[in-house]
Design a protein around this ligand. Sequence first.
Ligand SMILES: Cc1ncc(COP(=O)(O)O)c(C=O)c1O
Length: 489
Amino acid sequence: MSTLDRSQTPIVDALLEWVATSHAPFYTPGHKRGSGMNSLLKNRWGADVFGWDLPELPGLDNLQAPSGILASAQALAAEVFGAQQTWFLVNGSTAGVIAAILATCGEGEKIILPRNIHASAISGIIHAGAVPIFIDPEYDRAVDIAHGITPEAVKFALERHPDTKAVMLVYPTYYGTCSDLATIAEIVHSYQIPLLVDEAHGAHFGFHPDLPPAALAAGADLSVQSTHKLLGALTQSAMLHVNNTSRIDVDRISRALRSIQTTSPSYLLLASLDAARQQMALFGTELMSETIELAKIARSKIAQIDRLSVFELNSPTPGCNYLDPTRLTVTVTGLNLTGFAADEILTDKLGVVAELPSTRHLTFIISLGNTRSDIDRLVAAFTELATNHAKDKSLELPSIEPPTKTLTEMAITPRQADRSRHISISIDEAVGKVSAESICPYPPGIPVLIAGEIITIEALDYLRSIVELGGELVGCSDPDLETIKIVSI
Ligand SMILES: Cc1ncc(COP(=O)(O)O)c(C=O)c1O
């Protein structure tokens, strides 16, 4: 039984003391507790918040080597999130994902991961000099969504690459879908290597039985959570948790984080992590019950609106064993609108702003900060959209599918591609050349090219179709795709 008092907030308490202490400040930051701050901000934010923007004063702590209040707050977080050790992050899950790779893979060492991994993992691979082995995620044609990867795909990849040093999953995906992590963990552990999980969108999972199981509880050795995305923490605040210190070298994690995080972390962010953890420790189940209830109301009311459909998981499918009920994806093509067009109307005319518009649908994050009136507004906006903004002209959306590659072989590593000379060439001459760009269309969010891969005709045809559809290509130097950067050999 834990001896920690979950109601404590060590960071908030120490900051409060400093805020209340009269003194002449001769330390950073330059605004000196707000007095040097532009009144433009002071008038709008209120003067008080700046008093909390403090550096590592006596009694506060050092994020690079925590031994006081930060160590205590991280220990409290580890206990609440079911970890052996937790690190607070001030550069989002981005920093945690990079650190996880740096701490488990060295130069020339292999890591298995899904192609629809976040860009931060590609950065981690470049920093580490690791060799990625990409698995195609399961693609759901019916909704144009990429899910997770299957245990079979992980087994297949490990059989072909038994010298792999780590496996990384995205769990959940942006759309809230979760793969069979427990079975994947068993397979990965049979090779005595760690399972790393990018759980950026799953910080709320451990707090209610109706949510998918949290990654650590399902068998992950390490998980990175964007506390700021789902819980009550400020943007950029995140956590990295380790559950198995025999498979993960915690000193390597600390060293990696020291090399990629600032030496001047914001105490506003750190205090928000402390407070968010305490809030979930004390009221997590209750808050999640309310959030799930709100999401249920939204799901059922929107599903009843003519020509709209809500993505649901009636029974597990490959790569999608669970769906986070608080993640709402609404398909709008029945109204002869693309998700982008619907998003514009919802935002500009109906006062509702989605998280992620895509070609066919829009995805909404419903979290502990939402209220019943937000949900009523969302339902009213969709009712109005369907009644007064649907188009008569039928929407021509050619059915295009991401090219499947199944265990991509790289020509050179992403690091070699990054360090090489890059030249821009006409797209017509690109087939067979090594891409210097990682290009990812939304939807479905699966990178079609990764820096270091050979450019294929299938990849280019697919990317061209996305551009023709008006979709967004992230990561390409020429958004019109007339030219592309390749590695100059
Ligand atoms: C799956 C996934 N992983 C990692 C990240 C990076 O998270 P952060 O914004 O906290 O750095 C994101 C951000 O959107 C994400 O969607």
